[in-house]
Design a protein around this ligand. Structure first.
Ligand code: ATP
Ligand code: MG
Length: 168
């Protein structure tokens, strides 16, 4: 990687974005010239998303509006093709626990095989967010817990509204 930075992609399903995601995106934006947050339209390994890709994109736009070199784009192709489309030289992922490591290790080998020129870079979760995941937030919200300290402004209310609509 050249020392002048370049473009990085931060991929994920962001269903919905959490403060942990925002932390990783903002940290990546300090290292790279431009960060493209890649929102996976329909994640293959997960069940159907709670929010549509456009809703997830809108939450991310709102949450990252203060970071000038970040943009949000939805994709439904191979990650490495999406990265190439944006001229990215790196994929940036956040690592929380051992479970993340195992999954990322596998994905790293596959992506490396497809695109040896694109390097994967891992940022360690900040201690205050190392327990935080979208699925955890969805689970807490389902049972009525207060999640407003875990997600960006507006997301907690949207989650509450969506879950009460779906269950009612
Ligand atoms: N709290 C966090 N700290 C650091 N990295 C995180 C955090 N939450 C998610 N990430 C990273 O953000 C990227 C996108 O992850 P993803 O959209 O799967 O979120 P998630 O919180 O893991 O959601 P889910 O629980 O649905 O899998 C991944 O690289 C993931 O490791
Ligand atoms: Mg995940």
């Amino acid at each position: 990687m050249s020392p002048d930075g370049g473009v990085a992609v931060c991929p994920g399903s962001y269903d919905p974005v959490t403060n942990g995601h925002v932390d990783i995106i903002a940290r990546a934006a300090r290292v790279f010239d431009r960060v493209v947050v890649g929102v996976v339209d329909q994640p293959v390994r997960k069940s159907k998303t709670l929010f549509s890709a456009q809703e997830r994109r809108a939450f991310l736009l709102q949450a990252t509006q203060k970071v000038p070199n970040v943009e949000i784009d939805v994709f439904d192709t191979l990650l490495v093709d999406f990265a190439r489309k944006h001229g990215a030289r790196a994929l940036v992922k956040g690592l929380r626990a051992i479970s993340d490591f195992e999954y990322e290790f596998e994905m790293n080998q596959l992506n490396r095989k497809l695109a040896p020129d694109i390097e994967s870079v891992y940022l360690m979760a900040s201690p205050e967010y190392s327990f935080l995941s979208s699925s955890g937030v969805r689970e807490l919200a389902t049972f009525g817990a207060d999640i407003k300290d875990l997600v960006p402004n507006g997301v907690a209310q949207a989650l509450h509204d969506r879950l009460s609509r779906d269950s009612g």
